[in-house]
Design a protein around this ligand. Structure first.
Ligand code: UD1
Length: 420
């Protein structure tokens, strides 16, 4: 196993290009199960999670070619309706093959993904939505077994205790594309990645309206065909590089970024005193003056993303004053707090709140990555900490950041890998 070593204190400067969005590419790859035709997906990031999804597609009967950011998915043999535990258990997002398999084959057997370090992560909303479309769903030996003689369009409310669900919206929307009649999803997730999936489905021949809003209307069609699509830029990777610039007092120009997808974060940074210059697809981030602490609550899109909570905590950790960060999507997503404190941060967790008392500086330390975004927060902290930080279990980082170390090195960071 590798660990990442960072020698902090370098001001990052230069240009970085953001990769395609992990959370868009995973359901879009799953959506190719809705057709036997070939699909061409561009801007596919070379991530551990992408490769897991490609393996799942292969196991379900697809032929996969993936080179230089382009994935060509075609039919190799009849689609299997069984997604095995061994693959699904390695990545929660693989559960989004359930909707397309059910839509295409009218039957699916997909392993329950289980919880993970950031929380329990139930799938009740996925099941509720698909049942509304006339599917019979049972849980058998750790698998969700779904069958439907005919999928029928219906009105379904997908709001949960913590708001809307991204992957449940994806699953129900994909199944509804091949249902008979009209489906209306209320309290649908509005995330840009859900929008991107809907755009791909429309290119495949689906009839979808209202995506990007809480009410999505899908008029079922008989079949879908192959399509080409380019994945949107990863807003979470982009947000992480924005913070890398601010934390190190650097000057980074970010390319292939959609600033409109980062509205809540930009608003918070402006409140903190940051001057951001952007066009439709570039942004220059350079800190002038001092930062002020800000209070942040995570919320479903367009609110502040839970996937940026850990990283903004690293910034607040060295911003003088007190900021309160409230996690409203995954109340237990705070594994990074103890690790940041090992680097000299003063963060106190009280239930879903983290009270951050900004310190003057962090100091390098051996720390452990616990999940994808927590790993990113430790990398950010390592970039600004005095001395050496070594981060173990960095396979978490590889799940969602393409060429992170290479991109940081080009910006001047002293970062390298060593064997544990
Ligand atoms: C997606 C993202 C993940 C992000 C999360 C929240 C992908 C591949 N992953 O995950 O990076 O952190 O959205 O923005 O897109 N919930 C239920 N019942 C359900 C489903 C979810 O109660 O059936 C709860 C969850 O436990 C959580 C909240 O709803 O508290 C939001 O989760 P959800 O949007 O479903 O997350 P994912 O789609 O799994």
């Amino acid at each position: 196993m590798d660990k990442l070593i960072i020698e902090g204190g370098v001001r990052l400067k230069g240009e970085v290009t953001i990769s395609g969005a992990k959370n868009a590419v995973l359901p879009i790859l799953a959506a190719t199960l809705l057709t036997d035709d070939a699909c061409i997906i561009k801007g596919v990031p070379d991530l551990r999670d992408t490769n897991t999804m490609l393996k799942i597609l292969k196991s379900l009967g697809k032929n996969v070619e993936f080179d230089n950011g382009v994935a060509i998915i075609s039919q190799a043999k009849n689609t299997s309706h069984i997604a095995d535990y061994k693959l699904v258990s390695t990545m929660r997002a693989s559960f989004c093959v359930l909707g397309p398999l059910l839509g295409k084959l009218k039957k699916a057997k997909v392993s329950l993904p289980g919880g993970c370090i950031i929380g329990v992560r139930p799938v009740d909303l996925h099941i509720k939505g698909l049942r509304a479309l006339n599917a019979e769903i049972n849980i058998e030996s750790g698998y969700v077994v779904a069958t439907a003689s005919k999928l029928k369009g219906a009105e379904v409310y997908l709001g949960g205790v913590y708001g809307s669900s991204v992957l449940a919206t994806d699953n129900v929307m994909m199944a509804a594309c091949l249902a008979q009649g009209k489906t209306i999803i209320e309290s649908a997730a509005c995330e840009p990645e859900v929008f991107d999936l809907a755009e791909f489905l429309i290119k495949m021949g689906a009839k979808i309206k209202g995506h990007g809003t809480p009410t999505i209307e899908i008029e079922g069609v008989k079949q879908l065909h192959g399509a080409q699509h380019k994945i949107i830029p990863d807003r979470i990777e982009a947000g992480t590089f924005i913070l890398a610039s601010l934390l190190t007092g650097g000057d980074i120009t970010i390319k292939n970024i959609f600033p409109r997808h980062l509205g809540a974060m930009i608003d918070k940074l402006q409140e903190a005193g940051v001057d951001i210059k952007s066009t439709d697809n570039t942004m220059r981030v350079a800190l002038k003056g001092k930062l002020k602490p800000v209070n942040i609550s995570t919320l479903p899109y367009p609110g502040f993303p839970t996937d940026m909570q850990a990283q903004i905590m690293s910034l607040m950790a060295i911003t003088p004053g007190i900021s309160v960060i409230t996690e409203k999507i995954y109340p237990d997503r705070f594994m990074h707090v103890a690790e940041l404190n090992r680097m000299g941060a003063h963060i106190q967790r009280e239930g879903p709140y983290a009270i951050v008392s900004g310190v003057k500086e962090l100091s390098g330390a051996p720390v452990m990555a616990s999940d994808l975004r927590a790993s990113a927060s430790l990398v950010l902290a390592g970039l600004v900490a005095g001395g050496k930080t070594s981060i173990s279990r960095i396979y978490h980082l590889e799940r969602g950041y393409e060429f992170m170390e290479d991109k940081l090195r080009v910006l001047g960071a002293k970062i390298w890998r060593e064997k544990e």
